[in-house]
Design a protein around this ligand. Structure first.
Ligand code: FEO
Length: 168
């Protein structure tokens, strides 16, 4: 049985993952609007990845006999200054998510819930990957000044991204 405090914290994280999904979907729509269709595709894959994160936690809570309590997801921001501002916001958001995953791990350790500590390791690794890939993209965008033919090339590369659900 999942300790009550852990179930509550996981429910909060499920909400944060759906809020991330919603934010990235909003960014995808914005990028579409400004004709960066490759980045719009990249962000839509990011949205799908966040829904996967939420559902991975959802399934775990149920598997451990915990209660799911879905909460409201706030309306996300809808427009940004430019593509660099979008990716700065993504990086900042992912850093916040990393903090909340770390707090969850600390709570699970304090509660001696080793199964949850183990479960969360996947998310710890995932956050390292997420922060690294977003930092790299942001650096490349800054390198080309977020415009011109450099941006066009990066947009074409971003069009290749597809979300492939990991085998779990
Ligand atoms: Fe689910 Fe991007 O962290």
């Amino acid at each position: 049985m999942l300790p009550k405090q852990i179930a509550e914290a996981l429910n909060k994280q499920i909400n944060a993952e759906f809020a991330s999904a919603y934010l990235y979907l909003s960014m995808s729509a914005y990028l579409n609007e400004v004709s960066l269709v490759g980045f719009a595709n990249w962000m839509r894959a990011q949205y799908e990845e966040e829904v996967f994160h939420a559902m991975k936690m959802y399934d775990y809570v149920l598997e451990r006999g915990g209660t799911i309590k879905l909460d409201a997801v706030a309306a996300p921001q809808q427009s940004w200054k430019d593509i660099i501002e979008v990716f700065e916001a993504v990086l900042h958001h992912e850093q916040e998510i990393t903090h909340s995953i770390n707090r969850l791990v600390s709570l699970a350790i304090a509660e001696q819930d080793h199964a949850t500590v183990n479960f969360l390791q996947w998310f710890v690794d995932e956050q390292v990957e997420e922060e690294a890939s977003v930092s790299e993209l942001l650096a490349q965008l800054k390198l080309v000044g977020g415009q011109g033919s450099g941006l066009f090339m990066l947009d074409r590369e971003a069009a290749q991204r597809k979300f492939i659900q990991p085998q779990v």
